[in-house]
Design a protein around this ligand. Structure first.
Ligand code: NAD
Ligand code: IPM
Ligand code: MN
Length: 346
């Protein structure tokens, strides 16, 4: 078997702490000799030292790897040295856009032994297909009369038939392989008529090609009611970039917390490496204290293994995580101890 050639971007805050454990588990799963990693020291420190976020040269180098394992970037909110959102936009979003990560794949499962804050969580097992390259995230907008009482600030959501169709198709293909075979589109077409119409039309068109897959539609606000009162109803959730961001933090919370939520930013046409990362951020409030839960990063490594041709190893990592979650006492173990336990079980 070929060697798995990874770009490693640990980033800021708890990023390096959780990425180290994810890599440890990944190596335990396929053998240390079968993984090659190249670390890219991007993030706050690098920017403070060099004034660079992510250069074209570095992007080209990263493009040469099979896949990217990413931690998190972002400064603490009270760190006035770094402009708000600069690292997120110029590193994380730049990677997603440049490497054409059309599908932001974010599973939500309530694992046995995990506590949900919901009184009656039921059986939660759904995946969010969040569009990854368009919508409000593209930075299409501007402001006029900035700083005055008459300031106008525009952020335009860009939705193309091409971009929408590929994530819709990916969601239906994925749903077809699941037991319930059901796709729910979340949008807000009662207000956002232009984008809403496009998403609806394409879901209906693509849906016809998948007769075994049922689909329905919910306004995203009402969907948040169901996500807290009856989350078990969802199988595959399909939505745009901005709604998907919000929905997946709530989904993480109802399934036991942001420390467990994993994701894959998938390039689905084979033109660039996909990128795997926990849903959470750099968590400056607990950084450097070995308090972060590395499970989200470890489960993201499992998605990496699954997507990059190591399905058997992915299964073993998932199983080790489920077993650990069933018996874990989160109050006493360090980040490293959680990683060690899961790596040993793999
Ligand atoms: P956050 O996800 O970093 O933290 C939110 C809360 O969840 C905090 O209380 C944090 O301690 C807790 N938390 C997060 N991950 C945890 C883990 N693994 N174990 C235990 N607790 C965990 O979100 P935020 O505070 O809004 O953002 C902090 C910074 O990270 C900001 O600069 C933000 O822009 C950035 N960010 C980056 C990414 C990314 O790189 N993918 C994602 C989200 C936020
Ligand atoms: C996420 C994060 C990012 C997003 C930020 C940090 C740009 O919140 O991965 O969910 O909004 O997509
Ligand atoms: Mn988010």
């Amino acid at each position: 078997k070929n060697i798995l050639d990874l770009a490693l971007i640990p980033g800021d805050g708890i990023g390096p702490e959780v990425t180290a454990e994810a890599l440890k588990v990944l190596k335990a799963a396929i053998g240390e000799d079968n993984v090659k990693t190249t670390e890219y020291g991007l993030g706050a420190e690098h920017w403070l030292e060099t004034g660079e976020t992510l250069t074209d040269e570095t992007l080209d180098a990263i493009r040469g790897h099979q896949a990217i394992l990413f931690g998190a970037v972002g400064a603490a909110p009270n760190d006035t040295r770094i402009p708000s959102g600069l690292l997120e936009r110029e590193i994380l979003l730049k990677l997603r856009f440049t490497f054409d990560h059309a599908v932001n794949f974010r599973p939500s499962v309530l694992y046995p032994g995990t506590t949900s804050p919901l009184a009656n969580p039921g059986n939660i097992d759904f995946v969010v297909f969040r569009e990854g390259t368009e919508g409000l995230y593209v930075g299409n907008g501007g402001s006029m009369r900035t700083g005055t009482k008459h300031e106008v600030a525009n952020e335009t959501s860009v939705n193309t038939a091409y971009g929408v169709e590929r994530v819709v198709r990916a969601a239906f293909e994925y749903a077809q392989g699941r037991e319930r075979k059901h796709v729910t589109l979340l949008h807000k077409h009662n207000v956002l008529v232009h984008a809403g119409h496009l998403w609806n039309r394409i879901v209906n068109e693509v849906g016809q090609e998948f007769p075994e897959v049922t689909h329905d539609y919910l306004h995203v606000d009402a969907a948040m009611i169901f996500l807290t009162t009856d989350p078990g109803r969802f199988d595959v959730i399909l939505t745009d970039n901005m709604f998907g961001d919000i929905v997946t933090d709530l989904a993480a919370a109802v399934t036991g917390g942001i420390g467990l939520a994993a994701s894959g930013n998938l390039n689905i046409n084979g033109t660039a490496p996909s990128m795997y990362e926990p849903v959470h951020g750099s968590a400056p409030d607990i950084a450097g204290q070995q308090k972060a839960d590395p499970t989200a990063a470890i489960l993201s490594a499992a998605i990496l293994l699954e997507q990059e041709g190591y399905a058997d190893a992915a299964l073993r990592v998932n199983k080790a995580v489920w077993e650990d979650l069933a018996v874990r006492d989160n109050t006493t173990r360090t980040t490293q101890e959680v990683g060690d336990a899961i790596a040993a079980a793999v």
